[in-house]
Design a binder for this molecule. Structure first.
Ligand SMILES: NC(=O)c1ccc[n+]([C@@H]2O[C@H](COP(=O)([O-])OP(=O)(O)OC[C@H]3O[C@@H](n4cnc5c(N)ncnc54)[C@H](OP(=O)(O)O)[C@@H]3O)[C@@H](O)[C@H]2O)c1
Length: 334
């Protein structure tokens, strides 16, 4: 059996990664329907060695579509995801539009695939990229000892803000190297040779991105009591998010126990090398990979029974496209 699959946002960095992921994993696509805004209608994207014309994402464009993968931003998802679902498609949405809707499951297949089967609106949400890699690493520990408090600081790549942000970082770095002036327009300041918190303001002094990590972690793991203290930071990396994570549990956990719980856990590769300069998972190593890399598991020096770890993932792949395709595989191919 093969399926009619729409990719809304097909010209963006996540949309292109979705097309590539469908192709690489040999998802049985009968017909691909690449969609974008009217700006890109008529342009072409590559799929399985062919050029396919991009159409404007309108409600009618979803007629006959069985699986609709959305990565077109929250406004387009709010408007078009219900239209796609009303026409019979299962929608898997990458934006923040539906994630906290109680009638929309928020799914990471390695963690809570069972939630994907109850979808009253016909929509399944993909979590925020930073949250996906965090819960892939922490879910096995949560099952064993229940998470009590997480302190997470992120080091997020430019690609998390889309293709224009990646281009701006490259252009800015080149301008600095050439001694030329450059005024950023996508980032609210210089990211090249610098770092920034560039997300919209949320509440109580936190950014929206930070609050997403709090709320989405609790929803995916099904435990509203988990404490999450987040700080999100954009770093001048093109692709691949990193996270420094401190974790406290409802019972003492050691680095040795955490290591044995994470060894062979789904969706990750555990880096057990003892610390040495450069001996740790890095964004340059994870870019293009499916797995989340977890390393530097240490007993906390100040809080008995707590651990620290380092988590690196490809935000475009496991943080977005791959996670969505894995959900589709689980629902349609098994
Ligand atoms: N980048 C990541 O790491 C990441 C991770 C998880 C989730 N996401 C989410 O995925 C979505 C896309 O992100 P991105 O990074 O791929 O951004 P991007 O590179 O800027 O691409 C945006 C895409 O959305 C399309 N689009 C914009 N407005 C539209 C509209 N009104 N109707 C239809 N299509 C529209 C664009 O089409 P045009 O070519 O016509 O402009 C383009 O294809 C966002 O919701 C983002 O939050 C991103």
């Amino acid at each position: 059996m093969s399926f009619v699959v729409a990719v809304a946002g097909a010209t963006g960095v996540v949309g292109r990664e979705m097309l590539q992921t469908l192709e690489q994993r040999k998802f049985p696509v009968k017909r691909i329907v690449p969609l974008a805004s009217s700006r890109s209608a008529g342009t072409r994207v590559h799929f399985r060695g062919e050029e396919v014309t991009v159409q404007e994402a309108t409600p009618e464009a979803f007629q006959g579509v069985q699986i609709a993968l959305f990565s077109a931003g929250a406004a387009a998802s709010r408007q078009l995801a219900p239209e796609a679902a009303a026409r019979g498609a299962v929608v898997i949405d990458n934006s923040s539009a539906w994630r906290m809707d109680p009638e929309v499951p928020l799914v990471v297949p390695e963690v809570n695939l069972d939630h994907a089967h109850h979808r009253p609106k016909g929509i399944i949400a993909n979590p925020n990229c930073s949250t996906i890699q965090l819960v892939v690493a922490l879910a096995p520990l949560h099952r064993a000892a229940r998470l009590k408090h997480i302190v997470v600081s992120t080091y997020q790549a430019a690609s998390g803000k889309g293709h224009a942000a990646m281009e701006e970082l490259q252009h800015h770095a080149r301008a600095i190297a050439l001694g030329e002036p450059f005024t950023p327009t996508i980032f609210p300041g210089a990211l090249a040779f610098n770092l920034l918190s560039d997300w919209k303001a949320g509440e109580q002094g936190y950014s929206e991105e930070e609050l997403k990590m709090v709320n989405e972690t609790r929803k995916i793991l099904g435990d509203p009591t988990i404490g999450v203290s987040p700080t999100t930071v954009r770093v001048p990396v093109l692709n691949g998010h990193s996270e420094s994570v401190h974790v406290q549990f409802h019972r003492p956990m050691t680095a040795a126990e955490a290591t044995s719980l994470l060894r062979g856990a789904p969706g990750m590769i555990l880096d057990e090398r003892p610390y040495g300069p450069g001996l740790h998972p890095q964004p340059a190593q994870v870019s293009g990979r499916d797995e989340v890399l977890v390393g530097r598991i240490r007993d906390d020096l100040a809080v008995p029974g707590a651990i620290n770890l380092w988590v690196v993932g490809d935000n475009l792949r496991k943080g977005a496209a791959l996670n969505a395709v894995q959900i589709a595989e689980a629902l349609f191919l098994r």
